[in-house]
Design a protein around this ligand. Structure first.
Ligand SMILES: C[S@@+](CC[C@H](N)C(=O)[O-])C[C@H]1O[C@@H](n2cnc3c(N)ncnc32)[C@H](O)[C@@H]1O
Length: 271
């Protein structure tokens, strides 16, 4: 959120959040890819600003031959890594401009990822058609109705399938945007206040939304959709990793988690 216009906190509905965020990601996609493309790698799978790399952590397990859905894929770098590992991966994203960057990377890498412009709360796929699903800060940090999105993932996953996703750690809500200044560890908001971070344009129209869900909210939503939580990774900021990313940086990263990575499975028999 660093460097963005002044904002307020308040209630916002899921439809309004999605409308606003689609426009914001279309506007910001070029700058996002310019700023973070090298760090992500054209065919890399980075889970978070801490640099957690799927090549090291293997949260998805063996992906060879697996049908994988990437949610909020952006330029689909993760799906490209998955394809290079032998998976059959496809991506969806709300932002058409992000998907145009995916097309660009198709040409640059000769690894072609099929994509669809769609929302995580209405996946354009039949039931039980993926073995795995993943999301690296895609969609879920921007969705108000996370139970709807998790329900969709649960629907399209084959029983026994796995869904792993990274999101902004809920503790991020309580501290300021600036990750490394003197104030970076000061508590400025209540962890329990579910108000969303909301930006307004010059006409007062909502132009960007980041909802807040506590850890308990996430775990409750996971359980409500029939998924089973198997691990929660709160990556530490690696010593010597100096590259910050917006509100994520080494200063605060030494004390507080900035990312939560949830690993879940769908039981072989649906509940
Ligand atoms: C921080 S980017 C992450 C993209 C990619 N995973 C990466 O690591 O670069 C978040 C992505 O989520 C997408 N997104 C936001 N809300 C979404 C929604 N409701 N459904 C699908 N995608 C969404 C945005 O368009 C954006 O491309």
């Amino acid at each position: 959120m660093t460097g963005r216009p002044a904002a307020e906190f308040g209630p916002v509905g899921d439809a309004e959040a999605q409308r606003a965020n689609r426009g914001d990601w279309d506007r910001e996609a070029d700058e996002y890819q310019r700023e973070h493309g090298d760090f992500l790698g054209n065919a890399g799978f980075v889970w978070s600003p801490e640099g957690v790399d799927e090549a090291d952590v293997r949260l998805l397990g063996d992906v060879r031959g697996r049908r994988v859905l990437e949610i909020g894929c952006g330029a689909a770098q993760c799906s490209r890594w998955l394809r290079a590992e032998g998976a059959s991966s496809i991506g969806i994203d709300l932002s058409f401009r992000q998907l145009q960057h995916s097309r660009r990377l198709d040409d640059e890498t000769a690894i072609v990822v099929p994509t669809a412009c769609a929302t995580a709360t209405g996946l354009p796929f039949p039931d039980d058609c993926f073995d795995l699903a993943c999301s690296a800060f895609g969609a879920l940090p921007f969705i108000v109705d996370v139970a709807a999105a998790l329900g969709e993932v649960s629907r399209v996953l084959e029983p026994g399938g796995r869904f792993v996703f990274s999101v902004t750690h809920p503790m991020r809500q309580v501290v300021p945007d600036e990750p490394d200044g003197e104030q970076s560890l000061h508590i400025v908001r209540s962890y329990f206040d579910r108000s969303a971070y909301v930006e307004l344009d010059d006409d007062g129209v909502v132009s960007y939304v980041e909802p807040h869900h506590t850890l308990g909210d996430w775990i409750g939503a996971i359980a409500a959709t029939g998924l089973v939580l198997t691990s929660l990774l709160e990556p530490e900021w690696p010593v010597g990793h100096t590259r910050g990313w917006g509100a994520w940086g080494p200063g605060r990263g030494a004390y507080l988690p900035g990312t939560a990575i949830f690993s879940t499975t769908l039981p072989t028999v649906r509940s």
